[in-house]
Design a protein around this ligand. Structure first.
Ligand SMILES: NC(=O)C1=CN([C@@H]2O[C@H](COP(=O)(O)OP(=O)(O)OC[C@H]3O[C@@H](n4cnc5c(N)ncnc54)[C@H](OP(=O)(O)O)[C@@H]3O)[C@@H](O)[C@H]2O)C=CC1
Ligand SMILES: O=C(O)CCC(=O)C(=O)O
Length: 488
């Protein structure tokens, strides 16, 4: 595979045209595997650019909403085909821009294509119900209408799948869109928008404005002409989005952090549990909101599980995501690396035992990247920082328990509730887990990460705004219900 080395400048997409920011400023997007490599330059937009994009989206909404669902769906099929044609190129850009391995980046891009096709078909499905009225002569039914202009604020960890799983339903249900992607992965976002624009959408239906979160993200929160905001990212920013949107009466949807547990019961298939813990906790360098972070193991199998886990973790090859033998790439940015290292330090200070990793790996080619070793702690207590806060890095915390009841209690002892797994063959354990665990995604004998696009996705407690994304659930956010009563 050829690695593209020229650093191109990517523009905003506003009102059907690729345009430079009014500020005249750009940011460099760098490769986290080699901080000296610039992947591309992106626009550092100002409020004026956002205003233009929102005005274009508002104007376009008047006609876009009038198209039939199947007609809007046709555009999404074309977008999917365009992205499929550029799958390898988009995936390679993702790897170079945020570090995840090329096979993972290809998998995510393929998922983006499948999401577009799923929502293209959604244009053909029902958008209301008939409800029996107490008046025998009346017809009562619900129908759904789009919100208007939707602001989409997305993170860097899934730079293709997350923007698409927000934009595709927004568009098919008749909304127009202004996307503000994470600045770290704005080149990848620009390529996704290029593919979507290839479908020949009417001007203004889809807009891209790149720039700082504090300017463009905050601008979306505050903008009076943005009717709905969908956000994925950190807990802190999510709360700002929710508060700002509520203050001006806009609809909002938040998907934030996780502190996801896996419980390994005494009767578990330990090899399966080990593989799932490694994959769920360390793939994408642990940078998933669904990543396994706490590993709660029954004492009867603790030592055996620990030895098997350490053996697998020691095999992990850390390196550049485009090298075929790399299993784990770098952290996505310097600040992400610093955060992970500071949590590791905190774990040591608070008395957890570092079993493996904990430092920056050494080796040829690693010196200029934001690499960290896969890391395993034991003797972790539930009140320690590394057992409570989202690390968003390749750090596993082992917690030993005697019973499954104790395991579930510890699993629930965090502010988050996104995903949770149990490994067991016992039906009673499974049923108790399904009933008692505080998690929006409940996984039995499967890793905590990895979601299916046709199923509802979201968390309990502080992991989300209690709404759900993806699958049929998306219609709840991207439309409003009208209850219609008709009498002759
Ligand atoms: N749930 C998840 O999937 C994710 C969780 N995280 C968590 O968040 C931590 C920090 O990651 P980070 O990238 O900084 O996450 P942020 O929440 O800061 O970023 C997410 C998005 O919000 C934007 N944003 C930033 N500040 C504001 C603001 N004031 N108003 C509106 N939008 C804003 C960002 O823009 P910009 O890029 O320009 O700053 C980005 O597009 C991670 O360590 C991890 O714990 C991060 C990513 C995804
Ligand atoms: O596990 C997944 O595939 C999705 C994870 C996710 O949505 C996230 O990390 O933001």
């Amino acid at each position: 595979m050829t690695v593209q080395t020229e650093a191109k400048t990517y523009l905003n997409y506003i009102d059907g045209e690729w345009v430079a920011a009014s500020t005249g400023k750009t940011d460099a997007s760098i490769n986290p595997a080699n901080k000296h490599e610039i992947v591309g330059y992106i626009q550092k937009s100002g409020k004026e650019d956002l205003d233009r994009a929102v005005a274009a989206a508002k104007k376009a909404f008047a006609q876009w909403r009038k198209l039939s669902g199947p007609a809007r769906g046709e555009y999404l099929y074309k977008m999917a085909n365009a992205l499929e044609r550029r799958l390898d190129e988009v995936a390679e850009t993702m790897t170079r821009e945020m570090g995840k391995t090329f096979p993972e980046a290809k998998g995510e891009t393929a998922r983006g294509i499948a999401i577009l096709r799923y929502y293209a078909g959604e244009g053909m499905r029902k958008n209301g119900d008939v409800i029996p009225s107490t008046d025998a002569e009346a017809l009562m039914f619900t129908t759904r209408v789009p919100l208007g202009v939707v602001g989409v604020i997305t993170p860097w960890n899934f730079p293709v799948a997350i923007p698409i799983w927000k934009m595709a339903p927004a568009l098919v249900y008749g909304n127009t869109v202004v996307l503000k992607p994470a600045q770290e992965t704005a080149v990848t976002a620009a390529k996704v928008i290029e593919c979507m624009a290839e479908a020949g959408l009417p001007a203004g239906v889809l807009n891209l404005v790149t720039g700082n979160g504090s300017v463009i993200g905050q601008g979306i929160i505050d903008h009076p002409d943005i009717n709905g905001i969908t956000f994925t990212g950190s807990d802190n920013v999510g709360k700002l989005v929710g508060q700002g949107a509520l203050a001006r009466g806009a609809k909002y949807q938040l998907e934030m952090g996780g502190k996801n547990p896996v419980i390994v019961a005494a009767d578990a298939d330990l090899d399966l549990a080990v593989d799932a813990t490694v994959s769920g906790g360390l793939r994408s360098t642990g940078q998933k909101c669904t990543a396994t972070s706490r590993v709660i193991v029954q004492s009867a199998v603790y030592e055996e599980f620990k030895q098997k886990l350490l053996a697998k973790v020691k095999e992990i090859k850390v390196g550049h995501g485009l090298q075929s033998d790399t299993w784990m790439g770098p952290c996505a940015s310097q600040s992400q690396l610093d955060t992970v290292l500071s949590y590791i330090q905190k774990g040591k200070e608070e008395g957890a035992t570092l079993l493996y990793g904990g430092s920056r790996p050494e080796g040829e080619g690693l010196e200029h990247g934001f690499y960290v070793q896969p890391t395993v702690f034991e003797n972790v207590k539930t009140n320690m920082t590394i057992a409570q806060e989202e690390i968003f890095g390749p750090v596993l915390a082992l917690i030993k328990v005697d019973t499954i009841e104790e395991a579930i209690e510890i699993a629930n002892d965090v502010k988050f509730g996104l995903s949770a797994s149990i490994f067991t063959r016992d039906i009673a354990n499974m049923l108790n887990f399904i009933k008692d665990i505080d998690a929006g995604l409940v996984r039995i004998n499967a890793e905590s990460a990895g979601v299916e696009l046709q199923a509802p996705f979201g968390g309990m407690k502080q992991s989300s705004s209690h709404s759900r994304e993806q699958g049929q659930a998306a219609i709840e956010f991207f439309t409003s219900i009208k209850t219609v009563f008709v009498k002759p």
